[in-house]
Design a protein. Structure first.
Length: 277
């Protein structure tokens, strides 16, 4: 897919850059695999806002994706590739030889009519799902399970992938996109290929209205609030907040480490790369 720009007929079209989805399925999603998606608008079960600046947006239906690859040892054909409003990458509808249909995440290069399979005896081909122990070193993979049978958890967004850099006993050594290197059980499943829609990161919204369609409400900076509403609030005239950046609840916003899972520290060989700047 390529990027789509517009002639500057208006102020909004001047800066808008979108992804051209002309080659995707134009009809409705496969109804048996869709469910109603309820919007919480950032509120918890008591009706209190716990995540600000969310609400509204276009009505969406949730597409049920099979992250587990339940059809073990089965082969199927790609029936169509679709846009999914609930995630950044595209999805594909697979019709298996026994007539069952499932939604999977669509990798780059997949086309209508391609054959895919699940299982240890599958070919090393884009879209096929195998255990990590059966995948050669250096192959790009996505939708990787952390625990065998737990469903894909790693590398599920647009244009992402991880790679196998080696083995260590019953574990495969995986290099993440962040630079982190960790061990994952070799029995865990992974799918061959890099996920679709790599140009997602180059999109420019162009106008406020498109943000509202996506369910994003206007964001108010802390420095323009009153002291009662935000730690950066108050001051005479324009002020810089008077302290290092923090959230509305006072938690540091610059590099505070929040990971607290010592149980899995032993699986991490190298921490992720530090952000530049």
């Amino acid at each position: 897919m390529s990027l789509k720009t517009f002639k500057p007929y208006t102020k909004s079209t001047r800066g808008t850059i979108l992804v051209d989805r002309a080659k995707l399925w134009k009809g409705k999603p496969y109804k048996p695999l869709t469910t109603v998606k309820y919007s919480s608008s950032g509120r918890n079960n008591q009706g209190r806002i716990t995540s600000r600046n969310l609400g509204g947006g276009h009505k969406q239906k949730y597409r049920t994706i099979d992250f587990y690859r339940k059809k073990k040892g089965s082969k199927g054909e790609v029936e169509r590739v679709e846009y999914d409003p609930n995630r950044s990458c595209y999805i594909m509808l697979i019709k298996f030889d026994d007539g069952e249909k499932y939604y999977y995440l669509a990798p780059q290069g997949i086309k209508i009519g391609d054959r895919i399979s699940n299982g240890a005896d599958s070919e090393i081909k884009v879209g096929n799902c195998l255990p990590l122990s059966e995948i050669p070193v250096g192959i790009d993979i996505h939708n990787v399970e952390i625990n065998p049978g737990g469903g894909g958890k790693v590398a599920r967004s647009a244009g992402t992938s991880v790679s196998i850099s080696g083995t260590d006993g019953n574990y495969s050594i995986i290099k993440m996109a962040s630079g982190e290197v960790r061990k994952i059980d070799s029995r865990s499943l992974a799918t061959i290929g890099v996920l679709s829609n790599p140009d997602q990161k180059n999109i420019k919204i162009g106008k406020a209205g498109r943000s509202r369609w996506l369910g994003r409400r206007p964001h108010t900076r802390g420095v323009v609030m009153n002291p009662v509403d935000h730690p950066h609030g108050g001051g005479e005239g324009k002020s810089a907040g008077g302290r290092h950046p923090v959230s509305r609840t006072g938690q540091s916003a610059k590099g505070l480490k929040t990971r607290d899972n010592k149980r899995t520290d032993k699986y991490i060989i190298r921490r992720r790369n530090k952000k530049k700047g």
